[in-house]
Design a binder for this molecule. Structure first.
Ligand code: GDP
Ligand code: MG
Ligand code: ZN
Length: 414
């Protein structure tokens, strides 16, 4: 079930929190969409890719605040039709601790976030902390906490856990965040969550007059095998618009593009220039799209170039306005004192020369080797180039145990 949206979503709300806390269940309870649609994810029961689900918010004029927000147009209590408030889009991040890198590429697109916690577990669990850190580095300023699974704890545990959450948020300097006790699975407390989303995750002011900037999160070949030449659709790229807008017929550029020698990531990269043929936003065909939700652009590119997520991590924008492309990157960096994404107390050791790291920049992920380090600056050789402005932030992850863990962040130097 996916309800028809009256409009393109206007805000991206990310989910944060430890695996199995109920992020995907919560998104499903609000939107009706189970984001782990891929067969492998269904088999393993965890979200692997970043999932999207859209929902509309409605307000009943007779229901009492804060229990007056619904995701259906008719109030289930009063059976009257509600006022449309706005359409929202959820970016559901993968839960598993080994998928931090994937989580980071989604976090770049969050306008606000819901931290989903498990009332049974002592807060914070390892990925609660790691996701919170990541969101703060990525500049996510607005947060709502969904204190989930209150159906399986007693009142005193629910209260104790509420205090754990409050105290931790205070310690890390995150103030004025609502904590909504609920059960996503039982659908209890969801109207109050709707109210908190409306009140604490407002739609940001958009820079519509700036040139288009859209980090790419998906790319596909939408043609079925054996499609006749005349019927072939151009390559499709999907992402979320950070600023500006895009219209059918617009010329766009994708950078860094693709390696000049096919399938050789060591080769020099070349940006792609193309034209937008059609646009999908909020599940509908539109002539123009702007920020909010996943936007799909059909282009005149050869679909072979966009197949199987080949262009994920590219920046899409108005030609000539995209940032420089870097193969070797100099960063001013800050490391955390402790590794946040693991249980226990592990110090983050200094970065050393020749060490392999992973860098996330917008939706791009690349492995890197440390070429040089002196005090708080590091020079990295990237396995794949990235497109980023001097001054823009990237996250730094290191292999610890079985996965890549967030250990700090850097600022691109010009
Ligand atoms: N008892 C209870 N179980 C829940 C609740 N929400 C989610 N779950 C269960 O917790 C497990 C993990 O949920 P999921 O949404 O996949 O977690 P995610 O890894 O954070 O996306 C599933 O078995 C859910 O059915 C809840 O409110 N109460
Ligand atoms: Mg999930
Ligand atoms: Zn009502």
């Amino acid at each position: 079930m996916s309800t028809e949206l009256p409009r393109q979503p206007e805000i991206n709300i990310g989910t944060l929190g430890h695996v199995d806390n109920g992020k995907s269940t919560l998104v499903q309870a609000i939107s009706g969409v189970w984001t782990g649609r891929h067969s492998e994810e269904i088999k393993r029961g965890i979200t692997i890719r970043i999932g999207y689900a859209d929902a509309a918010q409605y307000r009943c004029s007779l229901c009492e605040e804060p229990y007056n927000y619904y995701t259906v147009p008719t109030c289930p209590v009063h059976k009257i039709s509600c006022d449309f408030v706005r359409a929202i889009s959820f970016i559901d991040c993968p839960g598993h601790h080994s998928l931090m890198i994937t989580m980071l590429s989604g976090a770049a697109l969050f306008d606000g976030a819901i931290l989903v916690t498990d009332a049974r577990a002592k807060f914070p669990q390892a990925q609660d902390r790691e996701h919170l850190e990541a969101a703060m580095i990525m500049g996510v300023k607005r947060l709502v906490v969904a204190q989930n699974k209150i159906d399986v704890v007693d009142r005193s545990r629910a209260r104790e856990n509420y205090r754990e959450i409050k105290e931790y948020l205070r310690q890390i300097g995150v103030e004025g965040v609502p904590i909504v006790p609920l059960s996503a699975q039982q659908g209890v407390g969801m109207e109050a969550l709707g109210y908190a989303i409306h009140k604490y995750l407002p739609t940001p002011v958009r820079e519509l007059d700036k040139p288009l900037l859209m980090p790419i999160l998906r790319s596909f070949n939408v043609n079925l095998p054996g499609t006749k030449a005349l019927m072939i659709r151009g390559g499709v790229v999907g992402g979320s618009i950070m600023r500006g807008e895009v219209g059918v017929g617009d010329e766009i550029e994708l950078a860094p593009g693709l390696p000049k020698k096919e399938n050789d990531p060591r080769a020099e990269y070349e940006p792609l220039h193309t034209v937008v043929v059609s646009i999908k936003a909020g599940g509908q065909s539109v002539d123009k799209a702007t920020s909010g939700g996943l936007v799909g652009l059909e282009t005149t590119l050869d679909p072979a170039l966009t197949k199987s997520d080949a262009l994920v991590g590219n920046l899409c924008g108005e030609p000539g306005t995209l940032p420089p492309v870097w193969r070797s990157l100099e960063l001013e960096y800050v490391l955390f004192k402790k590794v946040v994404g693991v249980e226990g107390d592990i110090d983050v050791r200094q970065i050393s020369e020749k060490e392999p790291l992973v860098i996330n920049s917008f939706t791009a992920v690349t492995s890197a080797v440390v070429a040089k380090r002196h005090s708080d600056k590091v020079q990295l050789n990237l396995s794949k180039p990235i497109c980023a402005w001097p001054g823009s932030k990237v996250t730094i992850s290191r292999r610890i145990g079985t996965g890549w863990r967030l250990i700090g962040y850097g600022t691109v130097m010009g």
